[in-house]
Ligand binder design. Structure first.
Ligand code: NAP
Length: 280
């Protein structure tokens, strides 16, 4: 331990540029990132930032092909390859089929799958548990938990060195609701995200020696269209006074953390749950 303050300050003043580029492959293939739900919000912001860092991008959407196409155009404008697929992650057969198509595309383009942002997710109307239908609960678990598990499994089958992959990074989109519980809003949503967090931690330990890192990011209140889809378009700013930083976050602020976790800069970070909440 160096107790000399002037030397410590000197150390802190050294500017080390942060390089968020993905890990290069040994065989010259370039890194491919899959982002589910990449047509808007956090997924779209991540596609754009990841492309700036050097990733080629496969993204999926469920209904909004036009928005997905606009994100593809933006990624291509940055000099990376990109393509979008329609995919309902709750449908296991669709997940298998789309991942096989991504394999074919990646092979033809000289790309190698090295990253996954498991981002697709939904909320629902604010309701108490005793008002929730079985259909709502099955949809919530099907998309947010089972869907994320299907896609993560397919990623492990391709990234893990056990399966001949070159390793990589998986980031699951959780939520601070996994800690807070979202009482009176959507406790079902909170439960799926809490389940996803323990999936992250168990899976991370399962594949840690196979070159694959797995982490969760828990955003707080982020200003995206997800709140309108839950019937509360102004929710992000209405809740601002409850956030220590007095404002919702932006999709770009979450993307920064996601792209860091994908990069070799996070090479010793696995099984982590990273909160990005403005202090909430
Ligand atoms: P968003 O703006 O509503 O975007 C959701 C994305 O997921 C869209 O691309 C949508 O596709 C896609 N999607 C919806 N249902 C799907 C399904 N069944 N299968 C595949 N894709 C589907 O959401 P966001 O705010 O960016 O949130 C992204 C992730 O962060 C979610 O997992 C969410 O739970 C989490 N999160 C968000 C917040 C927040 O405050 N925004 C906070 C904590 C956690 P289409 O465009 O085609 O509909």
């Amino acid at each position: 331990m160096n107790n000399n303050p002037s030397e410590n300050n000197l150390h802190l003043n050294v500017m080390t540029p942060v390089n968020l580029s993905p890990m290069p492959s040994d065989d010259g293939r370039e890194p491919l990132l899959l982002i589910t739900g990449g047509s808007r919000g956090i997924g779209a912001a991540t596609a754009r930032l990841a492309a700036q860092a050097g990733w080629h991008v496969a993204l999926t959407y469920v209904s909004d092909a036009a928005s997905a196409g606009a994100v593809v155009d933006d990624v291509r404008a940055l000099g990376r390859r990109a393509r979008a697929w329609p995919l309902d992650v709750a449908d296991e057969a669709q997940v298998l089929a789309v991942c096989a198509e991504i394999d074919d595309w990646a092979g033809a383009e000289g790309l190698q799958w090295r990253g996954l942002v498991n981002n697709a997710g939904v909320v629902d109307r604010a309701q108490r548990c005793d008002e929730m239908s079985g259909e709502r609960l099955r949809r919530m678990v099907g998309i947010n938990l089972l869907g994320a598990m299907y896609v993560a499994r397919e990623a492990v089958r391709r990234l893990s060195t056990r399966h001949g992959g070159a390793g990589g990074s998986i980031v699951n989109l959780s939520s601070v609701a996994a800690r807070l519980g979202a009482a009176g809003q959507y406790v079902d949503y909170a439960a799926t995200k809490a389940g996803l967090d323990i999936w992250t931690q168990g899976l991370a330990r399962e594949v840690a020696a196979e070159g694959v890192r797995v982490n969760s990011v828990r955003p707080g209140i982020i200003d995206t269209e997800i709140h309108a889809s839950g019937g509360q378009p102004d929710r992000a700013w209405q809740l601002a006074p409850q956030i220590p930083m007095q404002r919702p976050g932006t999709a770009e602020e979450i993307a920064q953390t996601l792209v860091w976790l994908l990069s070799p800069q996070a090479s010793y970070t696995t099984a982590a749950i990273v909160e990005v909440t403005g202090g909430r």
